[in-house]
Design a protein around this ligand. Structure first.
Ligand SMILES: Nc1ncnc2c1ncn2[C@@H]1O[C@H](COP(=O)(O)OP(=O)(O)O)[C@@H](O)[C@H]1O
Ligand SMILES: [Mg+2]
Length: 257
């Protein structure tokens, strides 16, 4: 596996007015990794993700993508080459599923036959057979199916890096588990080529999906390690508390059985 750094944060800070959201953040993510960020609401997860695709600019410090400072990249170009999947994916309501997925390839001026081929391939990949789904409208799909389209759209131009911001947060438990498995399989199927950076506030989701998990509290890393290391050797009281929430769930189950 190629071990080139894909994302590097070097003493990054972010303040909104008087509010310091990210006090001092440094980390490196290498090509082919699937990393999850786990943190409570307001801990700075979305802010961190948006500093990677240039939607938010750091107050100080450096973000590098593929060893090049973000500021040196062409921003529009960069955004087209980084996949982005969010909770409210907002498909264009007056475009067919096919056209929704084709947005970036069209911007990149791919040939129409190439776009058609890619859309069909992507719909199959996210298990929405193209003959049934390509010509539907977004409002004819369930929430889970819309998230699958969002995933297909993010992968359309074959990005090396895909950012996920709580994409499964609004789905029911069973659909959520299905999609977790599929995202993990998808990442494996790329054989270490594609880097996935996945934000969640759900402990089990973070531990199941992540090859490494970045536990974040108030814009700071509490622990950045494999799921096994985190469970076996929580690095702080905060991480211990997080893990204890799961133990309380298990206790409830034991009582009910
Ligand atoms: N554009 C903004 N302007 C002012 N404050 C913001 C802005 N975006 C986020 N914040 C604040 O930054 C903090 C972290 O937000 P966010 O990164 O969205 O957290 P998370 O995604 O972990 O829930 C919150 O206190 C939020 O209110
Ligand atoms: Mg968020």
């Amino acid at each position: 596996m190629n071990q080139q750094p894909v994302i590097e944060f070097d003493h990054v800070t972010k303040c909104f007015g008087q509010n310091t959201v990210i006090p001092d953040l440094s980390f490196t993510i290498k090509q082919g990794e699937l990393v999850t960020i786990l943190g409570s609401s307001g801990s700075g997860k979305t802010t961190t993700l948006k500093m990677i695709n240039g939607l938010i600019t750091p107050t100080s410090g450096t973000v590098k993508i593929n060893s090049q400072p973000l500021a040196d990249h062409n921003q529009v170009d960069l955004r087209r080459h980084i996949g982005y999947v969010v909770q409210q994916i907002a498909l264009f309501p007056h475009m067919s599923i096919r056209d929704n997925i084709a947005v970036t390839p069209k911007l990149l001026k791919w040939a129409p036959t190439e776009i058609d081929k890619r859309v069909n391939e992507l719909l199959d990949l996210v298990q929405l057979p193209s003959q049934d789904y390509a010509n539907r409208w977004p409002n004819e799909l369930s929430g889970g199916q819309q998230q699958r389209v969002g995933l297909a759209r993010a992968l359309a131009a074959n990005p090396d890096l895909v950012l996920f911001d709580e994409p499964l947060g609004a789905l029911d438990a069973l659909t959520r588990l299905d999609l977790q498995k599929e995202i993990k399989q998808l990442h494996t199927s790329f054989l270490g080529d594609k880097t996935f950076f996945f934000v969640t506030h759900d402990l089990n989701e973070a531990l199941f999906l992540g090859q490494r998990v970045m536990v974040m509290k108030a814009g700071q890393i509490e622990q950045f390690a494999t799921p096994q290391e985190i469970v076996q050797h929580p690095a702080s009281g905060f991480v211990e508390e997080l893990l204890a929430t799961e133990e309380r769930n298990q206790e409830l189950w034991r009582k009910l059985q």
